[in-house]
Write a protein that binds this ligand. Sequence first.
Ligand SMILES: [Zn+2]
Ligand SMILES: [Zn+2]
Length: 556
Amino acid sequence: MSKSPVKIVFLGGLGEIGRNCFCLEVEDRILIVDCGIMFPEADMPGVDLVLPDFTYLRENADRIEGVFLTHAHEDHAGGLAFLLRDVSFPIYGSPLSLGLARNRIVEAGMLGRTEMIPVHDGERRMIGPFDCEFIPVTHSVPHAFATAYHTPAGTILHSGDFKLDLTPVDGRKTDLALIGEIAKRSGGIKLLLSDSTNAEKPGFTPSETTVGVSMRNVFRDFPDRRFIVACFSSHLHRVQQVTEEALAAGRKIAFLGRSMIQNVALAREMGFLDLASDRVIDIDEVSRYAPGEVCVICTGSQGEPMSALSLMAAHEHKYIKVSEEDVVVISAHAIPGNESNVSRVIDALHRAGAEVIHDRIAPVHVSGHASQEELKFLLDLVQPDWFVPVHGEYRHLVHHARLAEAVGVRSDHVLVCEDGDVLTIDDTGIEVERRAVPAGYQYVDGIVGDIGLGVLRDRRNLAEEGFVAVIVTVDAVTGELVTGPEIVTRGWVYAPEAEELLEEAKAAVRESLHEAADEGAIDFETLRRHARRSLGKFINERTRRRPAIIPVVIEV
Ligand SMILES: [Zn+2]
Ligand SMILES: [Zn+2]
């Protein structure tokens, strides 16, 4: 028996939607399970994406055995290209997950720093000291896994993202029989970690195949109009269903958006998408067909400003302009943080005259995550000794914890954990150490360089209050004003319309600098301070605003 305890270190996904990442530790080795990003919220100006804090992984790089990828969604795989900059490791996952995750890693030039090792449904294999068993689950991307880790401290079951779809598009169901068998075989599940995304939603999540039926109806309702359907490019079952219904309605298909084209090519190559080549046309050929003869399947369901859908809605797309001849179907739901972008695009599409169909109008989208009855079903099937809800905002975790207690998990064995918490698991039970490792948000802007909290705070202030710069030239010997003050502002007042106010502000600064010079304060720092204070006071008294004030003193 190994002396080092089994541990779980939560680096992300417990307290937010996204950044899913935890470490499982056995015999002092680390298996990283998922490494996702989070989309920025509205109060994160200029931030492209948010990563987990990799400090713990950098500091323990020599102990890392590899990464296991439950599925290829960005909130589980999007951070890999960034982590590979710091650490080199192999990535395990289903062939499709690896194929989908690969593009971003290639684009980042990091493919040479990893090896991709496929694992298969129902397979049990050792990854270093980790005895892993891969269980098929249904989700909004094909070939996702739940995983059983058979450790010296007992079996840990991680649901991954899942739902219990009894009629999935590809017939590959969540393998409940295998989960039940593992629970029996291994003498019970010591710990269950389960997806909490929909823990507030009562009932069952409808099957993905219901979307195919809705799409059929929508195509039937508008036989003479052109269709533009936006969905996630990784949701290959959705793409497949839209494709099949469009073909059945006698239409040709054009794919649009870089990741859509890449993923469809991958899916056709791997045999996931059966599509005769003569039914697919290029996007620049669409205009040659009557509206009722085509269907465009595109990206942009999250309202991303530069995506195909946004450009089409704004009449800025090279080949396609949305008009009253179009029916636009948004076959997705906005991820937290993207709501306002999505609603802006829906508005623009209406303005362009299109018929817009989204999930509040017709059932053209279903979630990929289990609702309450499914979550209870899994909890009841597994009957875990301990339970930790994962993947969700804090309120989702709390609701999931309540479900566990409702189906009979002991309340002192239900642990609501957060990012940075560490579990130590042994024969006697589970200890939690709160906030034991750094797990804060790492903000990424551009392709390199994480920006810190300080930069973000500055940006928020600038966004809310703007800035005012005051520039003066002073005599280095006497401290007397030579030129200026000049005032430059963005976001305080609109300068061309506020000349009088700006003149008064200059006068206030000029007066304060004269006073300072009279008192013999001629050093650079004192003058800067005087300029800042007098201007700040003036702005506050006259406008009750607090822009950032940047004094620039030049000595001659
Ligand atoms: Zn997912
Ligand atoms: Zn997820």
